[in-house]
Structures are given as C-alpha cells and as structure tokens.
Design a protein around this ligand. Structure first.
Ligand SMILES: NC(=O)c1ccc[n+]([C@@H]2O[C@H](COP(=O)([O-])OP(=O)(O)OC[C@H]3O[C@@H](n4cnc5c(N)ncnc54)[C@H](O)[C@@H]3O)[C@@H](O)[C@H]2O)c1
Length: 264
C-alpha cells in the first residue's frame, strides 16, 4: 500500500531490528519517507543495498547486531543514540521461524526460536524503554512484531506460535508498565507476507505436508479473505500510524494486518 502524505514522523528517530530485508526494510523505507531518521540493525555485517542512497544521504545508520546477545543490544542502542540522538520509536521486528511436528520439536529448535523471538525481543524492548524513560521521552512508541501465529496454536508450528503469543503478552505488560510515563507499546500481527522468511517456511511445509515447493505459499495466499499474500509494504501503513502522534491514545493493542484472516 502507499502511505499517504509525508512528514508524519518528522523529527523522530526510529530504531528497527531485523531490518536488513523483508518487513523491517520496507518499514524503514516508509519511516524515512515520512521524515524520520532510522537506525537499522540486522545480524548481517553488510547493510542492505536498498539503503545505500539513504545511508549516503545521512538518513539511515546501519548497525550489525545479534539481538540474542545483551552486549550487542547495548552496543546497538549506544550507536543509535550516538548517531541520531534520543530514540522515539522502536520497531522490534527481528525473528526466526522453525517448525516440526509437536512430538519431534527439539530443544535446539526451542532455543533458536525463543532466543531471538522472545528473549531478544524482550530485552531490546526493555533496554529501549529504559533509555526512553531516562531521556524523559513523552509519546515515544514501541511496536513489536507479533503474528497471527501468536493468536492460535498450530500442530506443526508450536515453538514459533508460542513465541509470538509471548510477544503479544509482553506488549500488554510493557504497555501497562509504561502507561504512566505516556510511552506507548503496541504490536502488529501480520498474516502471511511475502518476504525472505517465507522461502524457508514454504520449504518446511513442503517437507512436513508432502507438498511441492511453492504450493503452501500459493494455498495460504488464496486462503486470505482479501485473496492474496501481503507484501512487506502492506505492513508499512500500520507501522507508520502506530509510530506517529496520530496514535497517541492507542497502547497495549495488537493490530491485525492480515487481509482479514483473524477477527477480534
Ligand atoms: N513473513 C510473514 O508471513 C510474517 C507473518 C507474521 C509475522 N511475521 C513477523 O514479521 C517480522 C519480520 O519478518 P519477515 O517476514 O520480514 O522475515 P525476514 O526473515 O525477511 O526478516 C527477519 C530479519 O531478522 C533478522 N534476524 C534474525 N535473527 C536475528 C538476530 N538474532 N539478531 C538480529 N537480527 C536477526 C534476519 O537476518 C532478517 O533480516 C518477524 O517478527 C516475523 O516473525 C512475518
């Protein structure tokens, strides 16, 4: 979708994790189009090529950070504040996917999924909120990336579903903790979005459901009430809105951006 008008995030500094590609990169581009400066973080040592012009223009700063390491989270936030000053918006997005039948779901898979999607997500949020508070930020905003997978369990996807249910719960707890300080914490719950993550998701479903490669992706797109899989930019409108002062009375919510798949 196109995000209407410009300048809705003028003067704001956003930190985005897992933004080297997929949804995070699209949201970083939308934030910049609305006037924000962005610190973009990902585990890769290389900044995405798509940001080369924005880096050269001084609108974005790329930081390599693995959010499963506390020291790297601190390093990311230090680097962000050093480059662009106080953080107004956190787009807490980095995550990994894995799946297996419940009785075959391993400890290694649990550790992999929970270390990024829950532990990393929580401590990026906690450490960012601590800085927002210390800097006296009012109407700062955190947006955590949940998923429709966090709304309902799936026999083949137990660890990932549980990790995204945790994102929804932490969003609510953090929103209540921060409400007296007028710092807002919300989540976005996408349905199915065509990103690099989906190549791996499709391959795993092909393996466990005995499908040809590409078939699961086709099926999930058709099952969306609007009739197609979302693109990363379909998440950008909600991400801009929740980061903006237009959403100043919205906190503790998990907003479905999923073409109608989940209601309520
Ligand atoms: N694509 C979908 O259908 C879909 C649906 C619902 C929710 N989501 C959620 O949206 C968010 C973005 O997903 P996406 O589809 O763009 O995925 P993606 O795989 O394209 O992007 C995720 C990014 O996170 C990064 N990352 C992984 N581990 C990291 C770590 N330890 N430290 C730092 N960065 C790390 C990856 O390098 C990658 O660039 C995720 O939270 C995902 O769970 C995606």
């Amino acid at each position: 979708m196109n995000v209407a008008s410009s300048g809705r995030l003028q003067g704001k500094h956003a930190v985005l994790t897992g933004a080297g590609g997929g949804i995070g990169l699209a949201v970083a581009q939308a934030y910049m189009a609305q006037g924000a400066v962005c610190t973009v973080a990902d585990i890769s040592s290389k900044a995405p090529l798509a940001l080369a012009d924005a880096i050269a223009a001084g609108h974005v700063h790329y930081v390599q950070a693995d959010i499963t390491h506390m020291a790297q989270i601190d390093g990311l936030l230090d680097a962000a504040e050093k480059r662009f000053g106080n953080i107004h918006v956190l787009f807490n997005n980095a995550a990994v996917f894995d799946m297996a039948p419940l009785l075959e779901s391993t400890e290694a898979s649990y550790d992999k999924v929970f270390s990024v999607n829950v532990k990393g997500m929580f401590f990026v949020m906690q450490k960012s909120l601590a800085r927002m508070l210390a800097n006296g930020m009012k109407n700062a905003s955190v947006i955590n990336m949940a998923s429709q997978a966090g709304r309902r369990g799936e026999a083949l996807v137990s660890h990932y579903c549980a990790s995204k249910a945790a994102v929804i719960s932490y969003t609510q707890s953090a929103a209540l903790a921060m409400a007296p300080h007028k710092i807002r914490v919300n989540a976005i719950s996408p349905g199915v979005v065509d990103t690099p993550m989906w190549a791996g998701v499709d391959a795993l479903f092909a393996k466990y459901e005995n499908l040809p490669i590409g078939e699961k992706k086709r099926q999930v797109g058709l099952a969306v009430p609007l009739g197609y899989m979302g693109s990363p930019s379909d998440i950008a409108g909600a991400a801009v809105f929740l980061a903006s002062d237009e959403a100043s009375y919205i906190t503790a919510q998990t907003l479905n951006v999923d073409g109608g798949s989940v209601m309520g």
